[in-house]
Design a protein around this ligand. Sequence first.
Ligand code: ANZ
Ligand code: ZN
Length: 799
Amino acid sequence: MNNDYIMTKFDYNHKNIEHKWQDIWEKKNSQKADDFNDKPKFYALIEFPYPSGEGLHLGHAFTNIILDILVRKKRLSGFNVLYPTGWDAFGLPTENFAIKTGIQPAIATKKNTDRFKAQMKKLALAYNWDREINTTDPNYFKWTQWIFLKFYEKGLAYKAEAAVGWCPSCKIILANEEIIDSKCERCGTESELRSQKQWILKITAYADRLADELDLVDYPTSVKQSQRNWIGRNEGTIVKFENARREYETKEIAIFTTRIDTIFGVSFVILAPEHPLAKELGQTNKEVADYLVKVSRKSERERSESVKEKTGVNTQVDAVNPTSGEKVPIWISDFVLSSYGTGAIMGVPAHDERDREFANKFSLPIREVIKDDKLINSGKYDGLNYKEAQEKIIKDLGNKARKETIYHLRDWIFSRQHYWGEPIPIVNCPMCGLVPIPEDRLPLKLPQIEKYQPTKTGESPLANIIDWVNTTCPKCNGPAKRETDTMPNWAGSSWYYLRYCDPNNNNALADLKKLRYWMPVDLYLGGAEHTTLHLLYSRFWHKFLNDIGVVPGKEPYKSRRQHGMILAEDGSKMSKSKGNVINPDDMIEKYGCDTLRTYLAFMGPYDQTMPWSIKGIEGARRFMNKIWNIFNDESKFNDTTSKELLYLLKKTIIKVGGDIDKLKHNTAVASLMIFLNEWEKKEVILSKEDAKKFLIILSPFAPYISEELWHGFSKKESSVHDQQWPIATADVQEENTTIAIMINGKLRSTIILNKSVSLNKQREIERIAKDDEKVGKYLENQKIKKVFYVTGKAINFVI
Ligand code: ANZ
Ligand code: ZN
């Protein structure tokens, strides 16, 4: 090796060490998770990867290592840790690869998971490999199908018309992830919306519990907030406006509003383009018809994003305000969403931002009806507080209004017209209708096929496999046809954390006793992109499975943490096209796994987005070299540890342990580095027993080098990873102290002081306190009459 960052006397060669230990650990398999052990349990979960053809990337390495460090520390601290992984392997990239190459998705998946697994082992990720699962394994998806049938049995899976993306050029239905900027991912053609019968899961039946029971879990506040917004519970009123023209079939327009008190300020009514009255009007009014065609080309997302520049059409028909009796024009605009509320609104431009933009664009009247929370220009309601007015108006409207709670959350469209997913285990019988496949005939496997391309009718490629489609009805034994839709990628990941508790069970998705032991997940680490999809979906499935009595607990994840991302050196996103991708394999080859792990832990807080740095990883490598050199230097050891170093060792043990528990790996590594620097100083030495403690607390970060050096001191068969986290006694005091700063007895700020500041020097503390920004504001231009100081606790300025 000729790299200048390697400057060791004894030639620290990571390659020799890392290969050797990888093999030995694998044979020993000493990190098994025991069902029903007496030790306290800890279930650590990370979002299982999609095994893409590209192999494991640096982002995987980063997040897996963060959790792995915690897991290793928990094991050393005496926990019985469940730390599994597996493969979320159904999905489009593999299917598209099959379309291109003709290689069967199952074969491509096997190849990809083999590669991922080898990479994970190189990273020293100490998974319970005996619990590996794969969502595409029939023994696994048998239970995904079983859960679907339970949903069906309980009326929570149903078939209905729903809008889906459609590519008019490829003539296929597009999954959301295949629509990029409203265009078909394959050919770039503008996608359209199309109505087609789909399987749908009734997640809305759980909307209240999904929102309320967030109180039971420890998630980042922002995650709870996003989930609540996504569910979007909204209390308001549904009020009916009459259609002034009696010849139409739609005689009344139901409107959802949260501000019924503003009803005197209504200057127009707007319908969503999909509203039944809008369709009816389109049949006789050319201008309306043209507008409806124009907006039908936009996706719902595009429409909700395109609120800035409002469009619309006046239908020339009026609606009647039920409170004032006033006639107002009915418009159609695509900023009103058909899927929210009733798909029709009352426009109050004086008090609603979106309505004001609409009124300004089309020069419609704007009338103010609320001033300082009181009603004005509102007839007999003038002067009432707006809350009171709401109650009164609703009451006076009688059967024309009722209170209603609505949700942003929509039911979950669960069908996909693709091959590489779990087949929906339902049969269509001309006599009996939809008939579920009996449980004992699950799994319903995928047939082998030649062409993976979806059909031009928008059906799944399975529809072309006549032998598979034609079947007999489980109920009447007559000829029947199978459903050809498959489940979305989200299905298998909605319950995988349960299967790890009992991965080989053939009689249940998992044994209830085992679930009672392991669940809930103690810590779930994952990415922000899953906040409102996977995380919400899996909470929904869990609650349902709990309701039918097959899993314990209301919530699957006791706590959730979200990791950040690693960017390229220049702060841009890593991407193949930019050629700035850092491959973890190359880093391991060049610097060693221990170096990579320690660097990724040291980079910064795990939940931040941070740029990669070559200087940084080389610094971590120098740290490894230093450790190697000092352990190979006999003069640094003796029978007893130097006093000042012993104190620091204790402090370091406490600090590193506490930090890892809080996932503050960066500051933990920093204290390991500080310790090493102190030990390197000429006069100080360490006993071998104490040196072993250092290796134990180093081992979660650098499992290989710590194991290798451990064997310089210990018997052959012992492993640093089977030890106990050292106990440091409490003669080590907190090094920081917090002092309250008060002004006239009121707490205005606090300062944190290092204990090296002499706390008994009042003048010194006074000076620091006055420098505090917040305090400075209060003391500005004030005469300080007196200062009281309680040593090490508080300082009070009397002004
Ligand atoms: C009159 C009004 C007056 C409203 C006012 C608000 C303020 P959020 O905003 O989520 O609380 N709305 C109802 N259905 C809609 C739809 N399908 N598409 C777009 N907007 C819709 O939702 C409640 C408000 O959003 C409702 O209350 C309605 O405007 C609008 F000073 O009615 B409001
Ligand atoms: Zn039948």
